[in-house]
Design a protein around this ligand. Structure first.
Ligand code: AMP
Length: 116
């Protein structure tokens, strides 16, 4: 299977690693939208939140057990936002489940700046 994030997990494509354990990898986004912009991915290929099931959801819990530590390692010391895009309308561009951890600066209060 030809998956960009699977290739990063295998080490075939380099990444700027922030955290790794047996289940997950966290690395800096190649096009950061804030001083801290880290992607957390499960090592098991899950396409998106649509692919989360009772059989694989433990890795999602694992991600959230480590998110505070990863945010700190990434440089978000005063709060952060966690986002996941699922599918076409959300502009998901890499079909491997990932959580954006964004911080290190004051973020707008809403996803849609016109609501601020
Ligand atoms: P999404 O649009 O939610 O699917 O997010 C995919 C993210 O992956 C985008 O923010 C991209 O900038 C990021 N990205 C794409 N290729 C790479 C790469 N080789 N290394 C790190 N981040 C990447």
């Amino acid at each position: 299977m030809d998956c960009l994030f699977c290739s990063i997990i295998k080490g075939d494509i380099p990444s700027n690693k922030v955290y790794e354990d047996e289940k997950i990898l966290a690395f800096r986004d190649i096009a950061p939208e804030a001083p801290c912009h880290v992607l957390i991915v499960p090592k098991e290929h899950i396409e998106s939140t649509d692919g989360i099931t009772p059989e694989n959801s433990d890795v999602v819990a694992h991600i959230f057990e480590h998110v505070a530590e990863i945010a700190k390692l990434g440089g978000a010391s005063n709060g952060y936002r966690v986002i996941t895009n699922c599918g076409h309308d959300a502009c998901q561009s890499v079909p491997h489940l990932h959580f954006h951890v964004i911080g290190g600066t004051q973020l707008p209060a809403h996803c849609f700046p016109e609501n601020d």
